[in-house]
Design a protein around this ligand. Structure first.
Ligand SMILES: [Zn+2]
Length: 272
């Protein structure tokens, strides 16, 4: 395989020793690309980024030449939440993630579209799109592209069909949205990509919905598939410009009383 067509491979690097250390670890491991969290993925509060940390990260990135660099957002965010307070908290938290990604100068920010628990799929898709717009209002994203990760569909999560992701993209025409294809989520959601036929059929669905050019990253690490090694280096990987490995996915729990979706829409629209 020529250098130009080889997919860029990376993994989800730990950040416990500092954000810049994650880049060094990835480089030492032989990665071309890397994904990180920019903060604790399981808490609402994030320590602000210091200018020293940002400088060190940017310098190390230059030295290591890792590309692309992805940030995966924290797991608490639910941009499709039916509960207003969770939704507003999620919008604020996602905005903070976007701001951090801009500061760090990364290429992609990966987010799960959210859970429709307490509402229905089409309302949740619409709320997710509104939330994305509201979260980024007034921010200059520059080269940053936001990637919606397809989900397994557990816990009423939207995004388990590529059509959902297309619908969110269509609802955000001015927004730099793309898709991160998680093979394990795809398989759990019913796309049988273990064999070539199923993989080709799934690729065709991706082509016809979100478009391959909008799906620059693939996550394969947790693929509970007998053929995961071949998928990681096979057609799906070749078809995209990069591969990435994703950290553990957790469903979003929302035990609060859901408000009606129309009220939520009004609330969000009033803020956009
Ligand atoms: Zn994920």
């Amino acid at each position: 395989m020529s250098k130009l067509t080889r997919p860029r491979i990376g993994f989800h690097a730990p950040i416990k020793d500092g954000l810049h250390e994650s880049l060094l670890i990835a480089k030492e491991t032989g990665c071309d690309a890397v994904q990180i969290f920019s903060r604790n993925p399981r808490g609402w509060m994030a320590k602000p980024l210091t200018s020293e940390a940002v400088d060190r990260f940017r310098k190390t990135r230059k030295q290591t030449k890792l590309s692309p660099v992805l940030i995966h957002t924290n797991y608490l965010i639910n941009l499709a939440a039916a509960d207003e307070s969770l939704l507003l908290k999620s919008i604020a938290s996602f905005r903070e993630e976007v701001e951090r990604a801009i500061l760090l100068g990364v290429d992609y920010l990966v987010v799960h579209p959210g859970s429709a628990r307490g509402s229905n799929e089409s309302d949740a898709i619409e709320i997710c799109a509104l939330s994305l717009n509201l979260s980024c209002r007034g921010l200059k994203l520059g080269k940053l592209r936001i990637l919606l990760e397809n989900t397994a569909g557990q816990g009423q999560c939207i995004g388990h069909r590529f059509e959902h992701l297309r619908a969110i993209m269509d609802a955000c025409p001015k927004f730099p949205l793309g898709v991160c294809v998680d093979t394990a989520h795809s398989f759990t959601a019913g796309y049988d990509i273990r064999e070539v036929d199923g993989l080709e059929a799934t690729l065709e669905i991706i082509r016809c919905t979100v478009g391959l050019k909008n799906a620059p990253c693939i996550s394969t690490i947790r693929a509970r598939l007998t053929t995961r090694a071949s998928i990681g280096t096979g057609t799906l990987a070749k078809a995209t410009s990069a591969a990435k490995l994703c950290g553990a996915w957790r469903g979003i729990r929302n035990s609060r009383t859901p408000r009606s979706s129309s009220k939520l829409r009004t609330t969000i629209r009033a803020r956009i």
